[in-house]
Design a protein around this ligand. Sequence first.
Ligand code: PMP
Length: 385
Amino acid sequence: VSPPQRLLQPLAVPERLLLGPGPSNVPPRILAAGSRQLLGHMHPEVLQVMDEIKMGIQYAFQTQNQLTLAISGTGHCAMEAALLNLLEHGDTALMAVNGIWGQRAADIARRLGAHVHELLKPPGEYFTLWDIKEGLARHKPSVLFITHGESSTGVLQPLEGLGELCHWHGCLLLVDAVASLGGAPIFMDQQEIDVLYSGSQKVLNAPPGSAPISFSERAREKMLRRKTKPSSFYLDMGWLANYWGCDGEPRRYHHTAPINSFFSLREGLAMLAELGLESSWERHRANCAQLCQGLRDLGLELFVKEEKARLPTITTVRVPEGYDWKEITDFLMDNHAIEIAGGLGPSVGKVLRIGLMGCNSTSGNVDRVLRALRDALECCCRSRL
Ligand code: PMP
């Protein structure tokens, strides 16, 4: 095999404005952190960065949980880590499915040999406490999975009262906040969430590849009561807790951490801490409101009817009658170097998804994407006439 010609050319990375459901653009400060020289994964300076990440996650999640760390992997990896550490063969799990993430969680839990029940809602809707209560009473699960920011449909799931309800039914509450963390309020301890995870590449504006996660005392106790070891060595929370200094024991080598990803994540969390959670939530709320108004002014229909149920980080709009969603997303990419996305899973063909996350959530970007969309609606239509 000879050296591939393509590899002998320089790396090509064009400038794009990433306004899809993630990843979002990485600001220079975070890019710079990720390009720092390597240190060893057990060097005290790296362990200190890991401690700082842990504090940053505790702040972003609003939790005091000791078992708080970043998984070396993307959001899916954190989802797998949560499920495979919590569930044993034969456990019962209830998945709230109103988009693709509940479906994926159900798929993972089935692979683990759990009895999986699905609580269904049409895409674009959220679960009420009453829906959850009925599901818990009927299926008696040991774990409930629910998505805070349903990025395939643009729904923000209210979490108030859910943790209490789950605990009353002897169930743990597992929440996916990959698409919502930093963009919409969440209070892990106060809302009695047992396992919460997120990703690095959305509001935190770091490259994909590390995923914040935290476990409550209740979740930790369930893991300690396990009769069998978790099916993955890499994602075994016992090992990870030790490597992250969460168990009070001397830290042992488990895997070679993606050190530069941790540098980037550390800076993403630092920027969130500097801005403050309240300001970050407000920024996402205000820019999302401006976007929604602008989309309506273009004659487009928002997919999520109730304003309070709209995810401030990712807005879904119906594909307008007579248009092909792909033609619109391609037009924005080709003519404006802007990425927006079509639907995902149950929303494919139905919606366009526009993400405004972290540093990308600005009034200027709202204007830019609205101008580009106006252009697309004119040109894609004209090209068909
Ligand atoms: N959950 C949600 C709500 C997401 O939006 C995503 C990413 N789109 C994931 C999980 C999976 O994350 P990743 O792509 O980083 O594996």
